[in-house]
Design a binder for this molecule. Sequence first.
Ligand code: CP
Ligand code: NVA
Length: 308
Amino acid sequence: MKRDFLNLSDAGSHGVAAILNDALDLKSARKNKPKGAVDDDKSLAHHALAMIFEKNSTRTRASFDMGIKQLGGSSMIMDAGSMQLGRGETIADTARVLSRYVDAIMLRTNDHDKVQSLAHHASVPVINGLTDLSHPCQMCADMLTIIEYGKALSGLNIAWFGDGNNVANSLIEAAGLMKFNLKLALPTGFDPNQEFVRQARNRGAQIDIIRDPLLAAKDADIIMTDTWVSMGQDGGDAIISKMMPYQVNEAIMSAAKDDALFMHCLPAHAEEEATQSVLDSGQAVIFDQAENRLHAQKSILRWCFGLI
Ligand code: CP
Ligand code: NVA
């Protein structure tokens, strides 16, 4: 059966652990190599990836593109608006057609149903490159970064601030699979997907939704946030004023453990979800996270092709 990667649960705890271990190995194997050099084992030689973007991207687009090339394969990047998809061709037919040209398809879309439909109708693996519901690829890079900083996932205390968005939902899923504790400090009305929360709790994770940001930050190993207004959402001053108490600032960082890491998937909006001084601080590992998108995507691709 083909392996789609629509959410972390598709890989399960075992698959996610395999992706993280593989990414660590791949990263260390190519230390000091130029970024354009192909990995020694060319493990995805002759494999082609199509990427469809309905929304903007820098990291996801560049890291998948370089990632499959480093594995010896090739990629094509398509803007949904300039495809027939943008003129009403169905996702089902797009899936059937692209499956005749490429070995895997990645989709970034507003509507999670679309990535599910693409996976249903494609005969090749489909990867979720971000939807309104989740961002599992980001979470693999984030867990990789945490491990690299010497922190074991199991039993870790992570605190999330701001919007219960797609990245937060994947973080909740990760908590259930990898057994870390998660406190989400969110204003009323911005809670995450309740089904993700229920599943993570069923898997034994401690997930707390907290309205007091300092309480959520207390003794945290990791402080994490993301934009207050995700792509495709309406912003405005009303949201900013509701979110401002959840800004990650020096008071929040001081409440966390002394060696806490500050994480953000980027792009960041300084002085909104985090102050410039937190973004610039020695505790911020945001560019390590961005780099690790590359290493994690490669292992996600290798998992989809059954190599790990
Ligand atoms: N973090 C992330 O997914 O970045 P892009 O939107 O630039 O791909
Ligand atoms: N939550 C953000 C993540 C961007 C990578 C968004 O969906 O816009």
